[in-house]
Write a protein that binds this ligand. Structure first.
Ligand code: ZN
Length: 190
């Protein structure tokens, strides 16, 4: 019984996910998790998100959600008042960075994204949108692409070589690898 309890506690551990930076920054690594997904029936990974309505952040959040939803993956993100993904403006744990994502559970039960609004406002527009897209990538379970040499939005620093500000083929392929389905098999690109 005790063992079982310990296991449950371990599974419930919150995993902190790193934050991207524009300019110089530290590389991070984290353990990637997945949302519950039934590949046998090719269910869409239909996740709702809660956007706290910040007038600056709101459009960036909606753009990030629709950008991931438009990729050739099972991911569909819908704005909703009670979703398991929350996005808020605040002071992220990482300090001077674009944002921070915490996920809970294995498989994932919830994800919390905190975007650094002042950092975003000081960044060029493509980075404003890229930073939010990057954090949603973490919320979906993607790890950093640092060291992969692949073109990706998931670099810890969006100004690194091969870094993009929107999902690249590698990101799409990795999502399809995480959520296997026959409709969009991973391409293996990169
Ligand atoms: Zn990151």
């Amino acid at each position: 019984m005790l063992k079982k309890r310990r296991l449950i506690a371990a599974l419930a551990t919150i995993v902190g996910l790193c934050a991207p930076m524009v300019g110089s920054g530290k590389a991070h690594a984290y353990i990637c998790c997945k949302w519950p997904y039934n590949s046998a029936s090719n269910l869409y990974l239909n996740l709702n998100y809660v956007n706290y309505g910040d007038p600056f952040l709101g459009p960036l959040v909606d753009n990030a959600a629709s950008t991931w939803s438009a990729t050739h993956t099972p991911v569909i993100l819908n704005a909703n008042g009670s979703g398991p993904i929350t996005v808020a403006a605040g002071t992220p744990q990482c300090g001077n960075c674009g944002g921070y994502t915490s996920i809970s559970g294995s498989p994932i039960q919830s994800a919390s994204i905190v975007m650094n609004e002042s950092y975003l406002k000081a960044s060029a527009s493509q980075y404003q949108s890229g930073l939010v897209i990057h954090e949603f990538g973490h919320a979906l379970g993607l790890a950093h692409a640092d060291g992969s040499g692949c073109t990706s939005v998931m670099y810890s620093n969006l100004t690194l070589a091969h870094a993009t500000t929107s999902p690249a083929g590698y990101d799409v392929s990795e999502l399809n690898r995480a959520y296997p389905n026959s409709t969009w098999p991973p391409s293996g690109a990169c």
